[in-house]
Design a binder for this molecule. Structure first.
Ligand code: 5AD
Ligand code: SF4
Length: 441
């Protein structure tokens, strides 16, 4: 009998990374030579899928690798691999810098994983980091975790080249999966009992199936029809590509969640120009106006960068002002950090660290106030919640999400409701992150 080897994948970073780990696990499991386990103890392979978008490549990766040394002590033939975005950045440098790592696989090379793992057992290091213009893994079934929510990548890569961002270099050019393969997978997910699917892409709005002349709004419509019993979500959008057609399509289907993540990055036109974002503050606000006037209910979130090169106090104030105008429900807020190989890397990173931190804190504080106020306005409203799991704090309390992606905690003392149920709740209390509710029958 052939011996089956075990592997463990640790994922850091964005949802796309989580999804890619499931793709890799799908590829390895299909060979029947490798079996996934859910903890690193005793694994023959530990694979780390780590993010290079914002994290400081060198330091984080070495901290993480140091952590793994303990497993090598108890299992001397353990093989460690770096996969994904960071693998693409570090390439063979990592072999000389860490004796633990024997495998490096970039995001477009997961198909070569079975062979590389096999060879590594004989002591050979293996590296595969070519980027592809066509790879979409559309024939691969990801090894998803059990649950009610699934991710599905509809496109990969990005052509936008924002000046601060490594994604076009680590994930390559934009390419879309065929609509037929996506719809087939949606059917499968629905049959398997998934209740929610999130369509993923670095910029889903520029999805285009060339053969079938299908753009993102048309795809979304078909997905909503095919997966009619599931909630449909998507991330991430780019303000340039957020079309009227898309906003109107969202309005047509009840099961498309009107939660829109629309990164604006900076409220200053001068900085937006240096960031190569391709739009102005006025364009962004006009898109928000369109969303607000077209959708009855909606929820908006965004990404913001503080302290981009040359950012002045006035530029920063314009960011705060834009936040006040839009009143986002949530935001991912970052301090600018230079990424090697990007255009902005050549600019002087001239905003002092303490100023960056100060501005970031102002942004975070303002967002907290707005989130708190927005959530206060939810008190007294009724929502349908998709039940997820027991809350972390109290066993009898469970959490779920509204269609607008707000987290709701409610009493489930008699275990009346379980994962995947839809319940109506009345919001009684709230804070900046959470709504507290009572179930209404
Ligand atoms: N520095 C800070 N934030 C960054 N992001 C991407 N690159 C950088 C960088 N070099 C942020 C952007 C993007 C999100 C995914 O990460 O806000 O929207
Ligand atoms: Fe990066 Fe800009 Fe592409 Fe987003 S749109 S992935 S920030 S290059």
């Amino acid at each position: 009998m052939r011996e089956v080897k075990t592997f463990f994948v640790r994922t850091y970073g964005c949802q796309m990374n989580e999804y890619d780990s499931q793709i890799l696990a799908g590829i390895l499991s299909k060979t029947e030579k490798y079996e996934i386990i859910d903890q690193p103890d005793g694994a023959d392979f530990i694979l780390i899928n780590t993010c290079s978008v914002r994290e400081n490549a060198e330091t984080t990766i070495y901290n993480r690798l140091n952590h793994l040394k303990q497993y090598k002590k108890t299992k001397s033939n353990l093989v460690v691999g770096i996969i994904g975005c960071m693998a693409e950045r570090m390439r063979k440098d990592i072999f000389t810098k860490s004796e633990l790592v024997k495998i490096v696989i970039g995001p477009d090379e997961y198909r070569s994983a079975p062979e590389i793992l096999q060879n590594s057992m004989a002591g050979n290091s293996g590296i595969a980091v070519r980027l592809s213009r066509v790879e979409t893994y559309e024939d691969i079934e990801p090894l998803r975790k059990e649950g009610i929510s699934a991710w599905l990548a509809i496109m990969r890569g990005c052509n936008h080249f924002c000046s601060y961002c490594v994604v076009p270099y680590t994930r390559g050019r934009e390419r879309s999966r065929s609509i037929n393969s996506i719809l087939k997978e949606i059917e499968l997910l629905q049959d398997e009992g998934f209740k929610e699917v999130t369509l993923l892409g670095q910029n889903v709005n520029s999805y285009f199936d060339l053969q079938n002349k299908t753009n993102f709004p048309k795809l979304l419509r078909k997905v909503a029809e095919t997966g009619s019993t599931m909630r449909i979500r998507y991330v991430t959008s780019h303000p340039l590509d957020m079309s009227d057609e898309l906003i109107e399509t969202m309005n047509e289907f009840d099961n498309i969640c009107n939660y829109i993540h629309l990164p604006f990055q900076s409220g200053s036109n001068r900085i937006l120009n240096l960031m190569n974002r391709g739009y102005t503050r006025e364009h962004y606000l006009e898109r928000i106006k369109k969303i607000k006037s077209s959708l009855n209910e909606f929820s908006l979130s965004t990404d913001i960068i503080a302290g981009f090169p040359t950012e002045t106090e006035d530029d920063h104030k314009q960011t705060l002002d834009l936040m006040r105008q839009v009143r986002f429900d949530g935001a991912f807020m970052f301090k600018y950090s230079p990424r090697e190989g990007t255009k902005a890397y050549k600019m002087n990173d001239d905003v002092a660290e303490e100023i960056k931190i100060h501005r970031l804190n102002e942004i975070i504080e303002l967002q907290n106030i707005i989130s708190k106020e927005n959530n206060k306005n939810e008190i007294g409203k009724t929502y349908e919640v998709l039940v997820e799991k027991p809350s972390k704090k109290k066993a009898h309390e469970w959490m779920g999400r509204t269609k607008l992606n707000k987290v709701v905690i409610f009493d489930n003392s008699n275990d009346k409701y379980t994962t995947g149920d839809l319940v109506n709740v009345l919001i009684k209390r709230s804070n900046s992150a959470t709504l507290f509710a009572e179930v209404v029958e």
